[in-house]
Structure formats: structure tokens, C-alpha cells
Write a protein that binds this ligand. Structure first.
Ligand SMILES: Nc1ncnc2c1ncn2[C@@H]1O[C@H](COP(=O)(O)OP(=O)(O)O)[C@@H](O)[C@H]1O
Ligand SMILES: [Mg+2]
Length: 323
């Protein structure tokens, strides 16, 4: 049994309009997705802005009401509030947000911010609590004098590490990290990612790692799902996705990874434009008449792609010819 099993999850937001403010339509933010997160792994959920990643993440923590489908944890469906309660789910599952400046209360000192989950879930006396907060600061590489400061007194990278410290305070099993480094400079990104990996090894945490950038996910995840317009278009291991991508949307995301080596920029740009051109020309083959992604077809035991069968055969054949 996997740690988390997401099955046929949909989340629709109502659209209201007209004089009576009736529900006239809905945004299918999440439109029937399924994937499993194993204990101790980092699962990557990647797609452009608006593809439904945050809505998925919020559903997994229990912050979003789901329309249909199930999210199983320890054999219970946590889309139901009573099950979240009986499992102590809010203790086991935490979230790290992209924008640490707005997710950390600006009026609270770091000591109180990090201690908040401890106060909610563990009953420590003042000294024990302070010790735990100091340990947590140490784990994420911040000095003890951080205790009495406020969020705005830190850099973006430091604030993100404070967010990590708060998320791991209660020793959770799963952390939903929603674009945790997207607001940071490249050099600082690596630091925060390394902290996240270190903490994962030490505490055996699983991550659902959400990003719009396949470049960031590469160093974090063993398994990756590519999300496009509420649906999954490709699921696979790191090798499947980076070395054998099959969906045109995945190929486009791969071409969009920023090139860090200045000397390769021109070549990288030319390649990206080529992929964009192929995308415009061939896109229709990859989506149904309503512009939606097809159901996933399994290519290998680890790799599935949202394609009609004939296109799968054609692409496989082309792959063989190229090789
Ligand atoms: N509270 C909401 N009410 C209505 N529509 C929403 C709400 N939250 C998100 N959406 C819509 O759902 C879609 C998916 O959004 P989101 O999950 O935030 O995507 P992502 O995190 O991949 O950028 C978008 O079209 C967005 O506009
Ligand atoms: Mg988002």
C-alpha cells in the first residue's frame, strides 16, 4: 500500500452569473487524476500556471473541498472530515508555500511562528518548546538569535527555511511543497532544496513537490506527473520523463527549462523555438475534439502517457527508428 493513493480526483469551482447569481458553469480545476505517493519519496507534480497543481495540493492537505474521487491515507479516505480527524491527519501532513512573506504572520516572532504547530499538537512546557524550536532552527541552518526576529528581517531564502522548520516541527509524514523555491534566486534555490533533502533523509518524510519548472524537479523527484489543464498527460520515473518524454506538452516543458550556462543560451533558445513550432503544428493530435487530454495509456510498468492508441504506436515506432 502506498502512503497516499489519489483516485479519480476532481475539484470543480462553480462559476456564477446573471441576475440570480446562479451557478451556470464550473472551472474543472482538477479533472479526474490518479497517482500514488510512496513513503519516503518525493513525488513531482509539474505543469504550467493554472493547470490545477495547487488545487490538487490543497485537496491532499484537506484545505479544498473535493467534488469527487478519493484520497486514501492509511486505508481511509481523507476527503471526509471525520476520517481526517480520527487519523490525526492535520498532524501528519503539512504544507510549505511559495510565498513565505505572506504565509508567515508578519506580526509574530520566529519563535512563535515555528512553535505554532507544536502548540496545536504537542503539549510541551516552555523550556521543552524553546529547545525544540532551537533544534529546528539549527536543522535549517539558522542561528539562535533568529528566535526574536520578525519575518521581514530575513532574506527570501532564510524565510523559506523558516517555513521548512515550521512544517517539520511536528515530525510529519508528508509535506506538500507548493512551488517552495520558485520565488528565490537560483543560488538560493539550491540551498533550500538541499535542506529539504537533508530533512527528508533524517526524518523519513515524503514530499509532494509542486513546480512549474522541470529543471527544479529533476534533482528532487524519483517519480513525476505532468499536469495540463486539470488532467495528467504523462506519468513516469525521472528517466521516463527526462529521457523518453512522449507527450508534446512534456516535451514543451522540458524545452522551457531555463539554461544556466551562458555559452549555451543561443543554442538552447533555437531548440526551444523549434519545439514551440512543432507544438503549434502537431498539438491537435494530442488532444481530443474538446481540447482535452486523452486518458492515460500505460507504455511500460512505470510510464503512462495520455494519447490515443494509434499515436502511441506511431511514436514508439519513430523512437525505434531514431535509436
Ligand atoms: N477558488 C477558486 N475559485 C475559482 N477558480 C479557481 C479557484 N482556485 C483556482 N481556480 C482556477 O482553477 C484552475 C487551477 O488553478 P490552480 O490549482 O491554482 O493551478 P496552478 O497551481 O497549477 O497554477 C485555474 O483555472 C484557476 O483560475
Ligand atoms: Mg499554484
Amino acid at each position: 500500500m502506498s502512503l497516499v493513493e489519489i483516485k479519480d480526483l476532481t475539484v470543480h469551482y462553480p462559476i456564477r452569473s446573471g441576475f440570480w447569481n446562479r451557478i451556470t458553469d464550473s472551472v474543472k480545476a482538477v479533472d479526474g487524476i490518479s497517482f500514488n505517493i510512496e513513503a519516503g519519496e518525493t513525488y513531482g507534480l509539474v505543469g504550467e500556471s493554472g493547470s490545477g497543481k495547487s488545487t490538487t495540493g490543497k485537496s491532499v492537505v484537506g484545505l479544498e473541498k473535493v467534488t469527487s474521487g478519493s484520497i486514501m491515507y492509511k486505508g481511509k479516505d481523507i476527503t471526509k472530515k471525520a476520517n481526517r480527524k480520527s487519523l490525526d491527519y492535520n498532524h501528519d501532513v503539512q504544507m510549505i508555500f511559495q510565498d513565505s512573506l505572506s504565509s508567515l504572520n508578519p506580526r509574530k516572532r520566529i519563535e512563535d511562528i515555528i512553535a505554532e504547530p507544536l502548540r496545536n499538537f504537542e503539549h510541551l512546557d516552555k523550556n521543552e518548546e524553546k529547545l525544540r524550536v532551537l533544534q529546528l532552527l539549527d536543522i535549517v541552518g539558522l542561528d539562535a538569535d533568529a528566535l526574536y526576529k520578525y519575518p521581514h528581517q530575513f532574506s527570501g531564502g532564510q524565510r523559506q527555511r523558516i517555513g521548512v522548520a515550521r512544517a517539520v516541527a511536528t515530525n510529519p509524514k508528508l509535506i506538500i511543497a507548493d512551488e517552495p523555491v520558485s520565488a528565490l534566486d537560483l543560488s538560493v534555490q539550491a540551498q533550500v532544496l538541499n535542506f529539504m533533502k537533508k530533512i527528508q533523509r533524517e526524518f523519513g518524510i515524503s514530499y509532494l513537490f509542486i513546480s512549474h519548472d522541470l529543471g527544479v524537479v529533476r534533482h528532487m523527484c524519483n517519480n513525476i506527473a505532468i499536469m495540463n489543464n486539470g488532467r495528467l498527460v504523462e506519468i513516469g520515473t525521472k528517466d521516463d520523463i527526462y529521457n523518453h518524454p512522449m507527450h508534446i506538452y512534456t516535451k514543451r516543458l522540458l524545452a522551457a527549462i531555463p539554461e544556466t550556462n551562458v555559452n549555451n543560451r543561443a543554442e538552447h533558445r533555437a531548440k526551444r523555438l523549434k519545439v514551440e513550432e512543432i507544438y503549434r503544428e502537431q498539438k491537435d493530435k494530442y488532444y481530443d475534439k474538446d481540447g482535452l487530454a486523452y486518458p492515460l495509456v500505460q507504455i511500460t510498468p512505470t510510464h503512462s502517457v495520455a494519447l490515443p492508441e494509434d499515436l502511441v504506436d506511431q511514436l514508439k515506432h519513430e523512437g525505434e527508428v531514431q535509436a
